[in-house]
Design a protein around this ligand. Sequence first.
Ligand code: E4P
Length: 212
Amino acid sequence: MKIFLDTANLEQIRQANALGAIEGVTTNPSLLAKEKGDWRKTVRQICKEIDGPVSVEVIATESPAMLAEARDLVKIAPNVVVKVPVTLEGLKTIKELHLRGIETNATLVFSANQALLAAKAGATFVSPFIGRLDDIGHDGMQLVQDLVSIFRNYELPTQVLAASIRSASHFSQAALLGADAITIPLSVLLDLTKHPLTDIGLAKFLSDWAKK
Ligand code: E4P
């Protein structure tokens, strides 16, 4: 499972990158809006920092304007992946970008049907939003399981990118289910390193060593 960081914050990206686990970044308009300064410059810096796909979302909602934005986004850096919502206009856009050899991340996926259509249109990644489904009383992780099975059934090359991740438990469940990739906030990445027995064990080793 590839691990991406879900942020547009350079400091967080540098902190996560130092751990050697990060293979890409996903941004979205809400995350980029939180960062000060010119968003293009921020995206360019992120793309330099990370040797892997960096998802950047289109803001337009009609396909011709989405395509124009996408052409602009991929000029920023070669590792930009164009994030497109799975609306009707978004699906048209994904298809056109696929025909032009541009990688896409179909976002705001909440059903297997949406994901299957995005895969048919040629999406590189589909992003099921686990946490947001859990928030409304659905089982977000069930969607990951469904997508992994469906894409395997039909040998679809589109990668399942588990998104809207809220906990370390989401992370291990997605890995067990065979998600191709996951995008996590820094807080979840840091939680993955924690175990009380590691802390207790280290404290004991150090206190025993101090008695030598
Ligand atoms: C995915 O690419 C999105 O940026 C993200 O995972 C959304 O997560 P949220 O539901 O925590 O905002």
